[in-house]
Design a protein around this ligand. Structure first.
Ligand SMILES: Cc1cc2nc3c(=O)[nH]c(=O)nc-3n(C[C@H](O)[C@H](O)[C@H](O)COP(=O)(O)OP(=O)(O)OC[C@H]3O[C@@H](n4cnc5c(N)ncnc54)[C@H](O)[C@@H]3O)c2cc1C
Length: 475
């Protein structure tokens, strides 16, 4: 007698938009014919719903995944709990698989979904597809999370093995079912009808194939020199994989083990940066309100000077401080910003302009293709001085000397601030110090072709230091 065909298994893709090293997909393919789905769940995300740039990326990434699945990816829009209940009943499924996500709203939602499905007699398999170390694996002896990165990293690296990447399923038997969802990709309305959307993705190839290609190129041509080069925004020594890592188009387990196999100092430096992401996720897991609340509560008393006009000039890259403007324009034009420059523009907003880090984080959230709740919140708290292992309050990046040091030939700054291109390096980062005649020769009018600096760097630095000193005395 032929054995009864096994019931279809729902594989719920989330931040794991790949076939290779995908534990939940591998489990699904072993248990039965697969129904692959994606749910755009803005209802549960509420005020942490994706920003505009992330949506553009997701649009292209879902398209790529759907092609890999021969057009069988079913798309849904709405609250995931209700949709999943309907789906398992409609298809008479016995199993649902997914890889875990770690944003607090997703953790809460997924717990409820799991209980509901189990109540219906459904087995739920959840796996780790996106972290080297789960947030509960690397804790101090007293079972609290590390506040300092280096001991966190040493502990993790030396005592919690990173599992090897899993193979891509030899064959994905897709369930021969009529789609329950009639939604097409365009119906998710992820891509705004704005020329910015095309422009911002111009230099990127979202999806698993693009991520693998980027990684190969980086390993072969750019990784050597990463340790020092990763601080120089004009150099090609960073991987630019952060959006692909965020969406799980490439697995961090693969990155870790490939880097381990290469083994030179630059590869080890790259592993260390991967671990910063793990540190951020661990922080967010243990402080679920980290995107809103200062980890160092003393900062609740800090006297921020929120000013819409100043914020607007910062967002537009019109502060009159060239290295800051270069970074903010890079963000707007390309959907990313080099890490060194993120630190400099962040410090300028929070410390020189005295504007709350929430505003910087919100702008990044909307504009970054790699917007990630854990990394963004942790990094902004770090910049403001109130986060884990934060920059001490007295470390205020000087955007002039940072530019001179990390963009020594001015290539990066000239590219994004072309109106200053003719200025010699000596004045490129501080055009207000250039002799009038030279400015004229270079076709620059401060306050005309390029803005006057919106604050005096030394004066605003001192004001920040005074405010911090006051806060420390008051707490
Ligand atoms: C204010 C601010 C906001 C940030 N917001 C985000 C964000 O929303 N999303 C995001 O992914 N990163 C964020 N970062 C961290 C970092 O800037 C980016 O991860 C990095 O620039 C991505 O470029 P890359 O892929 O070329 O990095 P590479 O240098 O090639 O590093 C490889 C990977 O390691 C991880 N990584 C590297 N540096 C860091 C870091 N400092 N913290 C955490 N993870 C790191 C990323 O996943 C990155 O893709 C932020 C940093 C700052 C200062």
């Amino acid at each position: 007698m032929p054995s009864a065909p096994s019931a279809p298994v729902i594989m719920w893709f989330r931040q794991d938009l790949r076939l290779h090293d995908n534990p939940a997909l591998l489990t699904a393919t072993r248990l039965g014919p697969v129904i692959p789905i994606y749910i755009l769940d803005d209802e549960h995300a509420a005020d942490q719903r994706m920003g505009a740039a992330s949506r553009c990326w997701l649009h292209r990434s879902l398209d790529a995944l759907n092609q890999q699945l021969d057009g069988h990816l079913q798309l849904f829009r709405g609250p995931a709990d209700t949709l999943l209940e309907q789906l398992v009943q409609h298809y008479d499924c016995r199993t649902v698989t997914w890889n875990r996500c770690y944003e607090p709203w997703r953790i809460n939602r997924d717990r409820i979904i799991k209980e509901k499905l189990q109540g219906l007699g459904i087995t739920v398999h959840s796996d780790n597809g996106s972290l080297l170390w789960e947030p509960w694996q690397v804790l101090k002896r007293d079972q609290t999370p590390y506040q300092i990165f280096t001991p966190f990293y040493r502990h993790a690296r030396d005592s919690v093995p990173v599992r090897s990447p899993l193979p891509r399923p030899a064959e994905i038997a897709l369930a021969a079912v009529t789609p329950y969802s009639a939604l097409k990709l365009a119906d998710l309305e992820l891509r705004p009808n704005h020329p910015w959307a095309d422009k911002v993705l111009h230099h990127w190839q979202p999806g698993e194939a693009g991520a693998q290609q980027r990684w190969q190129t980086f390993m072969e041509e750019e990784l050597l020199g990463y340790g020092e080069g990763r601080d120089l925004p004009a150099q090609p020594h960073v991987s630019r994989l952060s959006p692909a890592i965020h969406w799980g188009e490439i697995s961090v387990h693969q990155l870790w083990h490939d880097a381990q196999a290469i083994g030179h100092e630059d590869a080890l430096a790259f592993q260390r940066q991967l671990a910063w992401r793990e540190f951020s996720v661990t922080q967010l897991f243990h402080h679920p309100d980290m995107d809103r609340i200062n980890l160092d509560r003393r900062f609740n008393l800090f006297p921020w000077h929120d000013d819409a006009e100043k914020l607007n000039r910062w967002q537009q890259g019109l502060t009159g401080i060239p290295f800051v403007d270069a970074g903010m324009r890079e963000l707007w034009q390309t959907g990313t910003m080099h890490n060194r420059v993120r630190m400099v523009v962040g410090s300028f907003l929070v410390k020189n302009l005295g504007i709350h880090w929430h505003h910087g984080a919100a702008w990044f959230w909307d504009c970054l293709l790699d917007a990630d709740l854990a990394n963004n919140s942790a990094s902004w708290q770090w910049i403001a001085g109130c986060g884990a292992d934060a920059a001490p309050y007295f470390r205020i990046f000087n955007p002039v000397t940072q530019g001179q040091k990390f963009d020594p030939h001015g290539d990066y700054t000239r590219h994004f601030v072309p109106e200053l291109a003719k200025l010699p390096n000596r004045y490129l980062f501080c055009p207000w110090q250039a002799p009038k005649g030279l400015l004229q020769e270079c076709g620059i009018t401060l306050g005309g072709t390029y803005p006057e600096p919106m604050v005096d760097i030394k004066v605003s630095r001192q004001q920040a230091l005074d405010a911090y000193a006051h806060m420390r005395q008051a707490t």
